[in-house]
Design a protein around this ligand. Structure first.
Ligand SMILES: [Zn+2]
Length: 181
């Protein structure tokens, strides 16, 4: 099924608060549901984007194959469910390696599953999203405070002349910077 058709069908069956977004990070389509107000939130990762748009992740449509973490060969994914699949290449060599997979292709069966799992916009996801947003707003304030605090501290060290250079036991000065601290 073409992506546009899939999205049209999704909206028709589940509601217009549903959308499909390509995630460059997971390199897969994410089905998301609008549950909250938009929020001025920085960042470009999936979580930041979802918070900004007031949507929650309903389903990552996944990939037809997932690389085995040991041999890196592609392992055929379970379809229409999330499931652990054993890597056959590793098994042939006597290793037991489980790969987390789950592929939901753009077909009617995936739409039917979505319709069954997430029929309507309920109060529950909205409350969940509001709680998440509130927690984030709090941590945002905390982050701002921390930045202000560390800037103030840095400024303070400069004023009182605390050196940003460490000394080894032998007394040779070295910069903390060279140790990545
Ligand atoms: Zn393997």
């Amino acid at each position: 099924m073409h992506l546009d058709t899939f999205i049209d069908e999704l909206e028709r069956r589940c509601g217009r608060e549903y959308r499909v977004r390509w995630s460059p990070r997971t390199r897969s389509f994410h089905v998301e549901q609008k549950v909250a107000r938009t929020l001025d939130y920085p960042g470009n990762d999936d979580k930041a984007q979802r918070l900004r748009d007031g949507v929650r992740l309903v389903l990552d449509l996944g990939h037809p194959t997932e690389p085995c973490p040991r041999c890196e060969r592609p392992v055929e994914a379970a379809t229409f469910e999330r499931a652990e699949v054993e890597c056959p290449s590793c098994r042939a060599l006597g290793w037991t390696v489980w790969v987390t997979t789950g592929y939901f292709p753009l077909v009617d069966k995936t739409l039917a599953s979505l319709e069954r799992w997430h029929p309507r916009l309920g109060e529950e996801p909205r409350a969940e999203m509001d709680a998440q947003n509130a927690a984030l707003a709090r941590s945002h304030t905390r982050h701002r405070d921390n930045v202000a605090e560390s800037l103030a501290l840095e400024h303070y060290s400069k004023i009182v002349g605390i050196p940003s250079v460490g000394y080894t036991k032998a007394g040779t000065p070295h910069s903390y910077g060279s140790y990545g601290l």
